[in-house]
Design a protein around this ligand. Sequence first.
Ligand SMILES: Nc1ncnc2c1ncn2[C@@H]1O[C@H](COP(=O)(O)OP(=O)(O)OP(=O)(O)O)[C@@H](O)[C@H]1O
Ligand SMILES: [Mg+2]
Length: 259
Amino acid sequence: MNNEKTSAATVLAAIEITKGFSSPDKTIPVLSQVSINIPRGDWITIIGPSGGGKTTLVKILAGILTPDSGKITIDAEGQDPCRMIAYMPQNDSLLPWRTSLGNAILASQIEGRSRKEAQSEARELFGRFGLAGFENLYPSELSGGMRQRLALIRTFLSHREVLLLDEPLGSLDPLTRTTMQEWLLLVWQQLGKSILLVTHDVDEAIFLSDLIYLFSRRPAHVRRQFNIELPRPRARAAQSLIELKAKILDLIHTETLNG
Ligand SMILES: Nc1ncnc2c1ncn2[C@@H]1O[C@H](COP(=O)(O)OP(=O)(O)OP(=O)(O)O)[C@@H](O)[C@H]1O
Ligand SMILES: [Mg+2]
């Protein structure tokens, strides 16, 4: 279904990004010459070891951190580049003093959209994400998985073209996670977003992505990239998916074993 999309123009790219964090006595190198491309309308996923630098790269793409060298390019196609990217952080960053509904419409309110319109749009998403009836609860009254779904709703309601999702499904139980993957796929296809996902779940990456970047340990560089040109929705038990998963896991384990 998306095979023809892989030749789409790049909407967001990281080019040879290098980044380290300094303390008074040392510098930790985190990213080493990392380049990734997000073609317009595609689903790109990064997988890699914990502490390897994935979140750091996403924060650089979101404009929250600056790289030591390298650059970020955005093809805005006449839009305001500052209004193109929505970032869902690894911790959900919900505002404790706003209700679920209030959190969900935050970005819409900041952008000056009508409160009523934003609320009715949000209520529809609460239903689709299995949160109907929880609109008036505060984040502290929700489970971890519910908070993540709320943060996802907020990200989608930002109406931005590029979504950076840092482990958005990490707190969900396997069943809810699978359902959410299917729902995300549907919404992505309906709304035509460009998505960069960070996940530790290889099945999730293969089920969703046009392209997977496999990062090395810190300092991260791109070890391999895998184009997945299989039509969607993908059968999770298909032989081609199982073979690809085995290949990726094998690469991850090889790096771990080689110390
Ligand atoms: N603000 C910071 N100051 C100092 N060091 C940092 C900072 N942010 C991240 N680091 C360090 O950079 C490295 C990479 O962190 P990062 O959060 O990017 O990894 P990650 O790949 O997202 O890991 P995980 O999969 O566990 O989320 C880690 O060693 C971390 O301690
Ligand atoms: Mg991270």
